[in-house]
Design a protein around this ligand. Structure first.
Ligand SMILES: [Zn+2]
Ligand SMILES: [Zn+2]
Length: 354
């Protein structure tokens, strides 16, 4: 377990928490409310952002080529963070000994808190230590500032490290649609990130997806971005399959593989299969969920019926996350991928089309 504290005075700032991998939806902005999105992490856990994040921000036009390369961006952004690495993400309920300071609250938010700058201070010494976020459409979160906080206690536990077999048993995945209808925002983020990695590794070739549940999620957007595979033998077309714990080896060119949710370690695959990482909760569902058979029907079920299990509108991966993940992959410099990237643009408050 790990406990974080104030770097200035040593005051304890968190309950004991266990480290997990930073999810791709950690700082997701999705929809426009009402209210904020659930935290990206389970209570009792924390994750560390290994990349520069938070303020200060620099406009793209003001950065030199060397600075851009050093920050790990490969396609233009409006502005990028040149903040510290190592910001710590927590669920807000795990924070202790810090309070929101009204004087530090950013008034650019809508109906909640949205700040890259710390807006919480240590109760003992008043040092700004964390940014609390809960504005509409944003993930509920508290981000500890690595410059003013530090680890004050570190020991194994309380959450044991799970192996892949434990994960299959204990973390059953998350369905793509929410009980009230609509797509789960985590899925929109997970698929957006996987899609960017798939384009990078495939160079933007059309793709065949034999597995039906995988195809329902990925095929429409892939066909739209890179075109459809022609009739057999008439054009390029490679195959995307699932690979991971508990699945038989599949033949294909690319494999959606899970990332370990605690360590971030990807499931290893043997060449020539090329891995495409997908968040555990989405991968686990795609790999093992058996869609329920409709019951009580007295008429034949048309072939398109399974789609009725999904909400009434088409699945769209999170455009903002797709573009930011793609911009961090060197392959985006390939002309075909750069053209896809350049078509992306903001469409509304929190919605990007691509
Ligand atoms: Zn609002
Ligand atoms: Zn303090």
């Amino acid at each position: 377990m790990t406990v974080f504290g104030c770097r200035s005075c040593g005051t304890t700032l968190t309950v004991p928490v266990s480290r997990v991998a930073l999810p791709v939806h950690a700082d997701q902005k999705y929809g426009n409310g009402p209210g904020s999105l659930p935290p990206a992490l389970e209570p009792g856990t924390f994750a560390v952002d290994p990349l520069p994040s938070g303020p200060p921000w620099r406009r793209w036009a003001d950065l030199g080529a060397g600075e851009i390369e050093a920050l790990g961006w490969y396609a233009p952004r409006f502005r990028v963070s040149t903040g510290p690495v190592g910001r710590v993400l927590l669920t807000p309920g795990d924070v202790r000994g810090a309070i929101i300071a009204p004087a530090l609250v950013d008034d650019s938010a809508c109906c909640g808190l949205d700040s890259g700058e710390p807006n919480m201070v240590c109760v003992t010494c008043g040092t700004p230590v964390a940014a609390r976020i809960d504005d509409c459409g944003l993930r509920q979160a508290t981000w500890l500032d690595p410059l003013t906080t530090c680890v004050i206690y570190d020991a194994p536990g309380p959450h044991p490290m799970l192996d892949w077999a434990d994960l299959i048993d204990q973390q059953p995945g998350v369905p793509p649609c929410e009980p009230g209808g609509g797509w789960n925002p985590m899925w929109a983020a997970a698929v957006a990130s996987a899609l960017a990695h798939l384009l990078a590794v495939s160079g933007g070739d059309p793709m065949m997806i034999p597995e039906r549940q995988v195809a329902e999620v990925f095929q429409p957007v892939l066909d739209r971005l890179v075109g459809q595979v022609g009739p057999v033998g008439t054009g390029p077309g490679r195959t995307l399959v699932l690979a991971g714990p508990g699945l038989p080896d599949a033949a294909g060119d690319f494999a959606l593989i899970p990332e370990h949710p605690q360590t971030g370690e990807p499931w290893p695959v043997a060449p020539p299969l090329k891995p495409v990482p997908l968040a555990w909760d989405a991968w686990r569902h795609l790999a093992f969920h058996v869609p329920p058979k409709p019951v009580g029907r007295s008429v034949p079920i048309p072939p398109e019926a399974p789609l009725a299990l999904f909400p009434g509108y088409r699945f769209e991966p999170d455009g903002q996350i797709f573009l930011s993940v793609l911009a961090r992959l060197p392959e985006v410099r390939q002309p075909r991928l750069r053209a896809i990237y350049d078509r992306g643009r903001p469409y509304s408050y929190s919605f990007y089309v691509f």
